[in-house]
Ligand binder design. Structure first.
Ligand code: GLU
Length: 444
């Protein structure tokens, strides 16, 4: 697709002269500057793609927040931050520099990312470490495309003098955990830069972050909430090289760019976006990608502070009209009526209120009980912990429906559930909210 003809993803602006595709290795230099694609995946799994969204490209620095998320998921915040800081460096991403505690400034600059490589899966051999991270990324991407460019890896290694220099400096300053081998950490660093995604699979990774660590495609919890929160915070302050402050100011969303021209953009609780266009600006960010991000927030109220009261109103795709609210009740009750547990699971994962009532004040549990759908009833009570005492307009609760229609198994299940529900309401159980989340997770 030619950049100056491109009518889609969001911008038609010309690439200013002087903006070039990264050329420090031949594998990047030979990528066409005309590639331009944007994919998005919402937190409830809706997809949209425009342009070159199924062409593999290297993640490069976009992998940095991902491996940091893996490290925090596995080792916890305190452990990881014994080795790496949380501040923007104010310096080029590949500077030979440490903070005042002699740690890398943050995990999104090269020094921090190299140390990060030495933290994950310590004790495993090189092959196991690489496999472990590949599998992890695959789960974040909902099992969609994750590849590896060996040619890029070999060139990164051959031309990586600056990264070797950083590695030796880190070693001298004892930045690695005990027993870690600096050269192996660097090797893993180069490998991870060479991992490939497409815009489509990248958008699922971004959506997993936007969705608090649960992949919207598979429903699997891949990352802890703590890991996601930390990662988004750092992406917000440090993700866009020396443009991070301006990006936080104008776009107000967590993002990470890479020299391949990729941008991983997160709209928390809404969607993940992955855009790709190789020509880079002077700072190293994709020119079209940055324009796309600006355009996106100029239209929608996605900037972190667009939500303030009395702010100028932009479009809000989250806002439910009365009509869509009505539709969600119909969908919910229809899924309960037809015994469609996977639809219900999808609704629950997208934070739908599973206790919604229709015009007759009937809930999904009423309908499933009357129809005798045991698996739906089980999902609603075990997974969603819905209230079994809601009365419809005729004063009936779900148990009464099950009795009336002689759904004996449902009667038994609901009778027991009513007892535990009452006990829990009286505080006999621990944190109800936490339990229902755990239960929901174990069901998906
Ligand atoms: N392979 C590059 C380096 O380590 C990554 C650059 C980037 O995407 O920021 O220098």
């Amino acid at each position: 697709m030619h950049p100056n003809q491109n009518p889609t993803p969001g911008t038609t602006q010309r690439i200013p002269s002087g903006c070039k595709v990264a050329n420090y290795i031949p594998q990047l230099a030979k990528v066409s500057p005309d590639h331009w694609g944007v994919s998005l995946c919402t937190v409830d799994g809706q997809r949209y793609s425009v342009g070159d969204t199924d062409v593999p490209l290297c993640l490069q620095s976009c992998v940095k927040p991902l491996k940091y998320a893996i490290a925090v998921n596995d080792l916890g915040t305190n452990y990881v931050h014994q080795y790496v800081g949380k501040e923007p460096s104010g310096l080029r991403f590949n500077k030979l520099s440490l903070n005042f505690q002699e740690k890398p400034h943050n995990p999104l600059v090269n020094a921090g990312a190299i140390v990060n490589c030495s933290l994950i899966n310590q004790g495993a051999n090189k092959a196991e470490k690489f496999d472990y991270i590949m599998q992890f990324l695959k789960r974040m991407a909902g099992n969609e495309f994750i590849g590896f460019s060996n040619a890029t890896f070999q060139s990164e290694k051959e031309t990586g003098d600056r990264n070797y220099a950083i590695g030796y400096y880190l070693k001298e300053k004892k930045c690695f955990p005990e027993g870690a081998d600096m050269v192996s950490a660097l090797d893993l660093y180069f490998q991870l830069c060479s991992i490939e995604v497409t815009c489509q699979s990248g958008s699922v990774i971004a959506a997993t972050l936007a969705n608090g660590g649960i992949c919207p495609i598979t429903g699997e919890r891949v990352l802890s909430a703590e890991a996601v929160r930390n990662t988004l915070s750092l992406m917000h302050s440090c993700g866009m090289y020396d443009f991070s402050g301006q990006f936080a100011f104008h776009v107000g969303l967590p993002a990470k760019s890479g020299v391949s021209g990729a941008i991983l953009l997160i709209v928390p609780n809404i969607m993940g976006v992955f855009c790709w266009s190789p020509p880079l600006d002077r700072i190293g960010n994709s020119v079209r990608g940055i324009h796309f991000c600006h355009d996106l927030v100029s239209l929608f109220n996605f900037h972190h502070y667009d939500d303030l009261r009395h702010c100028a109103k932009k479009l809000d795709p989250r806002k439910e009209t009365r009509e869509t609210q009505h539709k969600t009740v119909v969908n919910l009750l229809f899924a309960a009526y037809s015994g469609d547990v996977s639809a219900l699971r999808r609704f629950a994962l997208s934070a739908m209120d599973m206790e919604q009532k229709d015009y007759d004040s009937r809930t999904a549990l009423h309908v499933a009980a009357a129809e005798g759908h045991m698996d739906v009833v089980r999902f609603l009570i075990d997974g969603c912990k819905v209230n079994p005492f809601v009365e419809d307009r005729w004063g009936n609760i779900p148990l009464q429906d099950a009795i009336k229609f002689e759904r004996h198994e449902v009667v038994k299940l609901l009778t027991e559930y009513q007892e535990t529900y009452v006990k829990r309401q009286m505080g006999a159980e621990t944190s109800e909210e936490q339990m229902s989340l755990e239960n929901l997770e174990s069901m998906v």
